[in-house]
Structure formats: C-alpha cells, structure tokens
Design a binder for this molecule. Structure first.
Ligand code: ZN
Length: 128
C-alpha cells in the first residue's frame, strides 16, 4: 500500500462513483468532502462539513481540513491531518482515546443543536 503524501482538491457538484487516490473531492453544495484513505487502503473517507464536524479552509490554492481525520472504523486505523494539501501523519489512538473522543463529539453535538434549536425558536417568536 502506498501512502499519499499530498492531496489535490477537486471541487465537484456530486461526488463521483469511482475515486482516485490522492484526490480530495469537495462538494460545497452537499457540504461534504470525500477521499480515499491516505494510507493507501483505498477505503472511502467521508468528512461532512458542519459546525460540529469538519471545517474546510481553502486559501485559493490549497485546502486544509480540521480537525484531524481518524479512520478508527477501518482496519488501518490511520490518523492524519490535511494541512495545505499535505498529509501530516498523527499518532494512532488507543481504543480508550477513541472512545473518549467519540463521547466528546456526541456531547458537543448535543449541546450545539440544543443551543441552536433554542436560538431558532427565540428568533421565530420575535418575528411579526
Ligand atoms: Zn487506510
């Protein structure tokens, strides 16, 4: 398996059926980014863009994704950052660390949507 050192951002409307390793498919319309795992295992990695998921930074030439990408569900369990197109490999996590991160993610999402729902209800009631 060949590791990918750098990705190429490809802006698309719809994510294509067959993906090329090293291409980072970005659909702003669908708020999602898809690529093949950079370890070379060719698993499809989907990173949804949302306030509680990933952020995409496009500087006009290169892209960065935050936070890091941890493919815990796949056998490779690879963990890396995409920073200005470059893959920065990160340490693999233990099962305890993965469980802790998942729990944190759930609580962040719960809080965010609770707050947003409250906010939208408030703004709705003040409208004439
Ligand atoms: Zn992989």
């Amino acid at each position: 398996m060949k590791r990918v050192a750098e990705v190429r951002p490809v802006f698309v409307h719809h994510i294509p059926e067959s993906l090329v390793a090293g291409d980072l498919y970005i659909s702003v319309e669908h708020g999602t980014v898809v690529h093949l795992c950079c370890c070379g295992c060719r698993k499809e990695v989907v990173t949804p863009l949302s306030p509680t998921d990933w952020r995409l930074i496009f500087d006009g030439e290169t892209v960065s994704l935050e936070p890091s990408i941890g493919n815990w569900a796949y056998p490779c369990r690879s963990h890396y950052w995409i920073t200005r197109n470059r893959i920065c490999w990160a340490a693999q996590w233990s099962q305890d660390e993965i469980d802790a991160a998942r729990a944190l993610d759930r609580s962040v999402k719960t809080r965010f949507y609770k707050r947003r729902d409250r906010g939208s209800k408030k703004s709705r009631s003040t409208k004439p």
